[in-house]
Design a protein around this ligand. Sequence first.
Ligand SMILES: Cc1ncc(COP(=O)(O)O)c(C=O)c1O
Length: 399
Amino acid sequence: MTPFAARIGRTRPAATFAMAARARALRAAGHNVISLAIGEPDLPTPPHVIEAAHRAALAGDTRYPPIAGTEALRAAVATKFSHDQGRAVSAKDVLITNGGKQAIFNAVMALIEPGDAVIIPAPCWAGYIQVVEFAGGVPVFVPCPAAAGFRLDAGALEAAITPRTKLLLLNYPNNPSGAIADTPMLAGVATVLRRHPQVMVISDDIYEHLIFEGDHHTLATATPDLVNRILTMSGVSKSYAMTGWRLGFCTGPADWLAAMTLVQGTATAGVSTISQAAAVAALEGPQDLLAERRTMYRHRRDLVIAALATAPGLACSRPEGAFYAFPSVTGLLGRTSPAGRPLYTDDDVAGALLDEALVATVPGSAFAMTGHIRLSTAAADPILTEATGRIVRFCEGVQ
Ligand SMILES: Cc1ncc(COP(=O)(O)O)c(C=O)c1O
């Protein structure tokens, strides 16, 4: 056996991709599977964005990029952050990354020593657990249950902080719950953070444009006195349907960004120039598509929530943002599936739903909150209608 580094033993493939792979295998075997496992827009990248990439390539924008990003894109992102945060953010305060995921990777690798504690409100995106464990950090989950609107309680945050705590990971709108941050929550979090100056924050705003009720609130805007401890990241993947272009960005304290740029320079020679040209077009081009797509995703959310409300054993709160539903399945546990399989856990429910109802979902255990399953609502109406119909029939058949 090759003696791989210990960090390889600490990481594992994301459950979302594992479920999607199981769905693909069933489909290849001739089954009519619907996969709601992966969270990505089903819509095309806007044509003007693709045209900008094409033009850039033809114009010879095909050499190694600056590691931190092209001047044009850093300037466009700086304009966006200046507008969002109501303060002057300049191009040198911006790092362009290979997807939002690499912004988080760079930030964690730059900051976390083995044994450092990282507070993660749960449920959370599975990618956080992966990267924190890869760096040797210790994820400390703070449960944010459905009854609390999946929002972070300041008292629970305070109780979780120890002298080893180095980082807090915030993500609103949240994957998988769809919860958004509100002003009282951010004020409570800020009060706690002021008492613990050693704790840095990553604010993952990747779903910032997918908000169905209310406005987007983010920590850096709510608490200008804390901006030198907050890394705010986002990207074009979800907002502009550009997951495959691998383009994320962030702003934060200069020393943290410099350390992250070193990590990025160690791992890659920066981000594809073609994707960066495309992202400039996305950010500087017409923005009406954001509102149009938001309306469409809201309609899909409503369709899914209404259908799931009729499923015996499921209880689904109304996501305020992102494109997921995260129903509780506890009403099905301790019972048996229509084909007679015992349902002890959310993993059992997701497994039985895939094998018996041919719908791929992801168990809540992958998001550090058992007793739930996650469905992506980023699919066309007929697909969502068929998938939720299958789920309802499955639940009706549970004994
Ligand atoms: C909460 C959250 N953060 C970050 C990402 C990564 O985004 P990207 O595709 O830009 O790397 C995702 C993708 O699923 C996500 O759900």
